[in-house]
Every structure is written in C-alpha cells, then in structure tokens.
Design a protein around this ligand. Structure first.
Ligand code: CTP
Length: 464
C-alpha cells in the first residue's frame, strides 16, 4: 500500500471516530386501539407491498403525507413506504418495480395507474459521507443516498407531522418527533434547526406554506421566523422543481389560503415577480383571489381545474401592462399584445419552467380574449368550437367582474353561450352593426385621405 493511501485511510479512520455517536430517541408507539388508521382506508396495493416486505423479514411502514392525511381524516393522494430493504432488494421482491432517481434512489412498484413509492430508510447527510452517496452544494442537499435505520429516517424528514410511521407488523403508529402531538394541536413544526433545514432544501419554505394552507395549520414560531428572511433561497431551486410545487398549490383545494400565505411571507414575489409587480394595480388582488376561490370550489365539488387557466390569470395583468407599453411605443394593438404574451411568458420561465404544451395553452387562452370582440357572421360560432373556448370564456367573465370595462361584451357572450336559440338573432344584429361601422370607417378614411391626413393602422379596436 502506498504512503498516500495509508495516510488517506488514517484520515478516514479519524473522521469516522470524530462522528458523534447517535443519541437514541425513544419513539412513542401509538397502538392500533389508540389511533384512527384502519386498513380499510389504505390502498390495497400499498398493503400488498407492506405485507410482502414484512414477510421477507424487512421492516415496512407507511410514512409521510399518507399517514398524516389518514390521521386527519383526509384521503391521501398517494401511499409512500419506508423499509429496511435496500433498493436492489426491493427490486428483487417485486417484478413490477423499477428503480428511479439520482438525488434519492427509490423503487416504484407499478400497479396499473397506481404507483407505490418504496424508499430505504435514509440517514441525515453528513460531511464525511461518500461523495457518491451524498453531496451538498452551498449547504443544499443535491444527493442524499446514505442509508440508515428508522430513527435516522424519522429525524431527517422535514416536518414532525410528516414523520409518522404506520407499522404493518402490529398496525401501530411510531412517532420519533412528537408529530402526533403537533397534529392534535394543528401545529406545523420543522424537525431540527429550521434555518439549517431551509438551507438544505429551500423548497421546504414552500412546503411549510402549502401544508399550513391546505391543512389549516399554525406554523410554530421557530419554524415561521426564518421564512421571510430566507425567501430569497428559492432562487437557488431549479425552475422545473418550482413549477411542480406551484402545481401542487393549485391542485389541493386550498389555493386561495396558500396565495395569501405566500404573500404574507414574501414568497409569491419569488415565484411570480411580474404578477407581484402588477398586484399594485387596482383590483388585481381581487382578480386573482376570485379565480383561486372558484378553483378551490370546483375541486370541492369534485370538478377538474385547469392549471393553464390559473397561470393565464396570474399572467394576464402583466401581459396587459406590457401590451399598453408596446402600443405606446407605436406597435399596432394585435402585434403589441402578441409580443407581450411572449415577453411575459419568457420572463416567467426564468422562475418556473412551464412546459411547452402548457405555455401554448396559456398563449391561446390570452389570445382568444381578442377574438371575443369579433362577433359578426360565423366568427362567434368558430370561437365557440375552439378547444380553449371554455377557459378563455372564464377569463373574459373574470375580467368583466374585476374592473375591466367589458361588461356589455361579457353579457353578450354569457347570453350567446347559454342560450342556443338566441344565437342566430344575436349574430344578425351584431353583423348589421358591423356592416354599418365598416362603411362609416370607410367613409372616414376616404375623407381623411382627401384631407391628406396620416393613415391610421387598420387593426380593429380591441377591448384589452
Ligand atoms: N420530505 C422531506 N423533505 C422534502 C420533501 C419530502 O422530508 N423536501 C419527506 C416528508 O416526510 C414527506 C415525504 O418525504 O412527508 C413525502 O414527500 P412528498 O410526497 O413530496 O409530500 P407529502 O408529505 O407526501 O405531502 P403531499 O402528499 O401532500 O404532497
């Protein structure tokens, strides 16, 4: 062995020695008779996975959001499992599994549309871990694959309420972090030093807000205190990950409460800087609040929501602002508007990577706002059959309700959309007016030409 190798070995040895010995925490075990989680409310596929791991002599627990939601009486959106089995061992037990992830190596067990995520117990990141398994950049975890036991796994999680384990061996709930108490007191508390934990993964700032909004929790003072101060950390998170987090805000039925919290903690400006800027405009707050309130209501009624519509709402006022500026700079209205959509979407991309397909939908929803002003001949029928009509129509009504001077136009469309029998007559009347206007415009132009005045652009007037 070379001297260098020997030297490296010695350093490694001393580093290991220096690592503090683990303090063992006595978990609180809540027996089946003292909690509300019944196997009837657990996905049969998750139960199958738990039992197979258990029968193969691995420990296996439901963990995270599903245990939290079950205890609060909500239907979990998915079921995650933590186990002592290594990813390769899980892979061997389940033919229908695949290993995924670099940052976190996980097994996905696939049952048709349902995927059960199985993760091996992991420990906290520590500096002397192998670079291949764990990596920190500027205090932020970029790879985290150091395995440990259930206690390690419990204490490395973000919030205490997310660190409860449902044990398939005896159906008890295992609690290392007093999560059950916090759940009872509706309190959101970070495990460990909140400031350090936010630095490790700044997305936790958004997760705190999301859980507080969705589950009506009070953020504990020490967990709350750094949020405002550290909001800038979101700039270090990839725009693709931020987009996924924002989608969760929309999809959980508490987007209005979450929006208000994002404002309170100055996090919204990090996600939607252009929209934040437009919030100073009269009624923009109300405009966004109304859209989010309606989206939450739809989810409560088991209806779907359209994230593209909500993004269009967020970006609408910045687009209109930019468009006015472009018009002032001499661009014709349509060109100015089209250009502004592109500019605002481009700026938004720097913060959130909105996928191309959704960008296209947002573009269409916004552009259709111009088309609503053309109501003669076959135009309104064509608009009605446009795949994005409904979302664009909803935006039109929202604009009318929140201070834009388009009430007459919106009422016309409400009538046209809802009363099939009135359509023909409505279009006839508008078409006559259109012919009238056109000839008046022609005459005006002819007169102006005669008077040698400057020709105006021929773009139709818009209501934007
Ligand atoms: N987790 C964490 N830190 C993160 C992300 C996740 O500690 N930055 C842990 C938490 O224990 C969390 C679990 O991983 O409960 C699963 O994360 P995820 O599925 O993203 O969220 P859930 O907590 O399950 O919440 P929801 O299902 O509402 O998204």
């Amino acid at each position: 062995m070379s001297i260098i190798k020997l030297f490296k070995g010695l350093i490694h040895h001393f580093k290991k020695e220096k690592r503090p010995t683990k303090k063992t925490i006595q978990p609180v075990i809540i027996p089946r008779s003292e909690h509300t989680i019944s196997r009837n409310v657990i996905s049969p596929n998750a139960l199958k996975v738990l039992y197979r791991l258990h029968n193969a002599n691995y420990s296996a627990y439901l963990v995270g959001g599903c245990v939290r939601d079950l205890l609060l009486g909500f239907r979990p959106k998915d079921f995650d499992i933590a186990t002592s089995a290594r990813p390769e061992e899980v892979r061997q037990l389940f033919k229908n599994s695949r290993l995924i992830g670099k940052r976190f190596r996980l097994a996905h067990i696939v049952f048709g549309k349902e995927i059960i995520e199985v993760a091996t117990f992991r420990t906290h990141h520590h500096e002397n871990a192998n670079e291949k398994d764990a990596r920190m950049v500027k205090g932020m975890i970029v790879r985290d694959n150091v395995y440990g036991d259930i206690e390690d796994d419990a204490t490395r999680r973000d919030f205490t309420i997310n660190s409860l384990y449902y044990n398939i061996a005896d159906f008890s709930v295992v609690d290392y972090t007093k999560g059950m108490d916090d759940l009872k007191h509706k309190q959101l508390r970070m495990i460990g030093d909140p400031e350090k934990r936010y630095h490790e993964d700044p997305v936790r700032l958004l997760r705190a807000i999301r859980f507080a909004g969705k589950l009506s929790l009070i953020i504990s003072p020490e967990t709350e205190e750094p949020i405002l101060r550290l909001s800038y950390l979101l700039q270090q998170v990839s725009p693709a990950r931020l987009f996924q987090e924002v989608l969760k805000f929309f999809r959980e039925g508490a987007s209005l409460a979450t929006f208000k919290l994002l404002q309170k903690y100055h996090l919204f400006a990090q996600l939607f800087p252009e929209t934040q800027h437009a919030l100073h405009q009269q009624d923009t707050f109300h405009f966004i609040e109304k859209a989010l309130h309606d989206a939450d209501l739809r989810l409560k009624q088991d209806k779907t929501i359209s994230p593209a519509f909500l993004f269009s709402v967020f970006l609408w006022r910045p687009i209109v602002q930019a468009s006015k500026k472009a018009e002032d700079a001499g661009h014709p209205p349509y060109v100015a508007f089209e250009k502004s959509i592109r500019t605002v979407l481009h700026a938004q991309h720097a913060r959130l990577t909105i996928p191309r397909l959704m960008t296209q939908l947002i573009r269409e929803i916004c552009l259709l706002q111009l088309q609503f002003t053309y109501r003669h001949d076959s135009k309104p029928y064509r608009l009605l059959s446009h795949p994005r009509f409904r979302a664009a129509y909803d935006l039109l009504l929202l604009r009318a309700e929140c201070g834009e001077p388009i009430r007459e136009l919106a009422d016309w469309w409400i009538q046209f959309y809802s009363n099939e029998h009135a359509r023909e007559e409505m279009v006839k009347t508008i078409s006559k007016e259109h012919i009238h206007k056109k000839s008046r415009r022609k005459n005006r132009r002819r007169n102006r030409f005669r008077n040698h005045s400057v020709l105006n652009n021929s773009e139709p007037e818009s209501n934007i």
